[in-house]
Design a protein around this ligand. Structure first.
Ligand SMILES: [Zn+2]
Length: 150
């Protein structure tokens, strides 16, 4: 019963938003300074603290975020390499109706791994993965963004 309700809800959302560009953000914590190899991008020493990853999915954003939360996957995107490290963890996820790059550029944070998540980026973001520092209370979003927790 519950499953079919969720299916129905997703189905309605997909129909309503089928022409919209959907983006999402993952809030991620890294419990200690860790060197992680990000595929062809190379290895980086990531400081401990909080990160925001901005991505997009043309449909079914919930399924995409579910994939990000899973440890049972092949390393495909840069973020997979980071999330499969045992010291990292997704703390929350949000979806937006904004274009991915706009959302990313309006998000505070420091670039610690140039090129991360930005292979297909045409808006000169440099990275779709930003380091917020060690203070979890820092405002992560730009003020007027609609928040839809996943
Ligand atoms: Zn971009």
């Amino acid at each position: 019963m519950e499953t079919s309700l969720i299916y129905l809800k997703n189905n309605i959302n997909n129909k309503m938003q089928c022409h919209q560009h959907q983006s999402y953000q993952l809030h991620i914590s890294l419990e200690k300074e860790t060197r992680i190899s990000i595929g062809k991008l190379g290895g980086f020493l990531f400081p401990a603290g909080y990160y925001i990853y901005t991505g997009s999915a043309k449909k079914n954003i919930e399924a995409r975020v579910q994939r990000h939360r899973s440890d049972n996957k092949k390393k495909h995107w840069h973020i997979d390499y980071f999330l499969l490290n045992p010291h990292s963890k997704i703390t929350s996820a949000f979806q937006f109706n904004d274009v991915e790059c706009k959302l990313n550029q309006l998000t505070a944070g420091k670039i610690v791994a140039p090129g991360f998540g930005a292979t297909d980026c045409k808006s000169k973001c440099n990275s779709h993965f930003k380091y917020l520092g060690q203070d979890q209370t820092k405002p992560a979003f730009y003020a007027n963004s609609p928040l839809h927790p996943l």
